[in-house]
Design a binder for this molecule. Structure first.
Ligand SMILES: Nc1ncnc2c1ncn2[C@@H]1O[C@H](COP(=O)(O)OP(=O)(O)OP(=O)(O)O)[C@@H](O)[C@H]1O
Length: 464
């Protein structure tokens, strides 16, 4: 019965028609990529896919659901954000959800699983948790612990409004200033106060963080792809924990938007971005391949766990998908730390390699959505599409909490064009047979058993 339904759905869906898209974002890389696929822009609401900024989502897909004034979408329509993505992408909410998941696991006695969530630095919401923070600060001071904290506004980006503190008086001054801003009805914002990672892993004496891309297709069941490419963003100045340098953003904040402003930075001489593959090779050469593989598997597990922590809170609208930009740092013991998750990771490109990476990323993301749409009629989708590998599929072979079942391909060879061509070929032959009636319902699965072939290529193209 299920097979028959899928067969009929496939026959009635015309997989070869031109895809229509709507967008609020013109003059950007995403728009160029949508056009380069020969997809057609539409101003009407007859789009198949809508590529929107988060403001559009909050207006058109309000949290309270479609029934209360939001858009009513057709079965096949897809939008690029979940309505309440902020549960993961706002600094304070992300930590709140991670803390809650950890607590629940501890209550259930799953202490090993709870320990796996120790990948976010201790964080307090300010000012609501100011007294808790002050108590903690005093306790640490009594134990003679040197402490540095980083204050970050919850809703800003590009390092704006961030500063480091190492004295209680600095926090008290901030609280006082915020109090008077509030009283005078001036602009004021909430912050998170987070333990500063003061022993970061350094390369050539420089601090760096990673930008990694994860594509979530659904929260229930959770289905996630991870992109093989990404990059490390370095500071231009050597790292130091010298007290006099605490206010020097060029040392402490690795945002490229900040580093570019450093007067001593010359883009023609220094490239502050490293492909993630180079970082993996560097780790492999320095610490050995086993250590590097473990670090990258841990990194992948961190992403899965962060998504699991919001699985029950995010409104799982079947029309939505989301490409997240993860910011992660390593401490010198090679432990990955989650810094934040971005709902609209920057798609601006300074260099040719940046542009190539981001165009490939966006194009592959659209391929995943397209393929999921077409191939889901058969109840099967490939484990790899271009540079994206499935890392978690609650309904598929990559089962929950079996992190040994799939290793991380992050930073591994990304022969995305060849892989996409192979998928396209398989798709065309399968499609032609089904449409001409040469394939019956009974042997349909045989022709769409793409998983086997693609998983073969998945294993041969990696260097691990
Ligand atoms: N807990 C921390 N310990 C050490 N460094 C940190 C910590 N949190 C943030 N940083 C540094 O500050 C930078 C900016 O932090 P974060 O990404 O949270 O801010 P943002 O303004 O939202 O930046 P983005 O534009 O990437 O969204 C990071 O790239 C990292 O270099």
């Amino acid at each position: 019965m299920e097979r028959e339904k899928r067969y009929l759905a496939y026959k009635s869906y015309n997989p070869s028609r031109v895809i229509r898209f709507g967008t609020t974002m013109h003059n950007c890389l995403a728009f160029n990529v949508l056009k380069s696929r020969q997809w057609q822009e539409t101003q009407m609401d007859d789009w198949d896919i809508f590529y929107a900024d988060t403001g559009w989502i909050h207006e058109n897909l309000p949290y309270s659901g479609f029934a209360s004034g939001g858009l009513r979408l057709n079965e096949w329509q897809k939008v690029n954000h979940f309505p309440n993505h902020v549960e993961l992408t706002r600094k304070d909410l992300m930590v709140k959800n991670l803390k809650r998941m950890k607590k629940n696991l501890e209550k259930e006695g799953r202490l090993e699983d709870a320990k796996e969530l120790d990948f976010f630095p201790q964080t307090y919401h300010m000012p609501s948790e100011a007294s808790l923070f002050i108590r903690k600060f005093k306790e640490l001071r009594q134990n003679g612990e040197n402490q540095t904290w980083i204050m970050k506004p919850i809703g800003r980006a590009q390092g704006k409004g961030i500063f480091l503190v190492n004295k209680l008086s600095q926090i008290e001054a901030w609280l006082k200033e915020r109090g008077s801003q509030k009283a005078e009805n001036c602009c004021y914002e909430d912050y998170v106060c987070q333990r500063y990672i003061s022993d970061p892993m350094l390369i050539c004496g420089r601090k760096f963080d990673l930008r990694i891309y994860a594509l979530c297709l659904s929260y229930v069941p959770l289905k996630v792809y991870l992109y093989r490419d990404g990059f490390a963003r370095f500071s231009n100045t050597r790292f130091s924990m010298n007290k006099d340098d605490l206010s020097n953003n060029y040392i402490h904040l690795t945002n490229h938007s900040i580093q570019k402003q450093d007067a001593s930075y010359n883009s023609k001489v220094t490239d502050l971005k490293w492909p993630i593959g180079s970082l993996r090779k560097h780790m492999s050469a320095t610490y050995g391949p086993d250590v590097a593989n473990k670090v990258f598997d841990d990194l992948q597990q961190l992403i899965i766990n962060s998504l699991l922590s919001v699985q029950k809170v995010i409104i799982n609208d079947r029309h939505c998908f989301e490409l997240y930009g993860y910011d992660v740092m390593f401490s010198e013991d090679l432990k990955p730390w989650l810094i934040e998750v971005n709902a609209s990771p920057s798609m601006s490109a300074d260099t040719d390699s940046d542009r190539k990476l981001k165009m490939g990323l966006l194009d592959d993301m659209l391929s995943v959505i397209d393929i999921e749409q077409k191939w889901s009629c058969f109840g099967k989708t490939p484990p790899r599409v271009g540079g994206f590998d499935v890392i978690y599929d609650e309904n598929g072979p990559t089962k929950p909490h079996s992190n040994s079942s799939i290793h991380s391909f992050l930073g591994c060879a990304n022969d995305r064009e060849r892989q996409l061509m192979q998928l396209q070929k398989e798709w065309e032959s399968c499609n032609a047979k089904v449409m001409s009636g040469a394939v019956s319902q009974e042997n349909l699965d045989h022709y769409v058993n793409v998983s086997k072939t693609t998983s073969k290529s998945l294993h041969s193209s990696a260097f691990r």
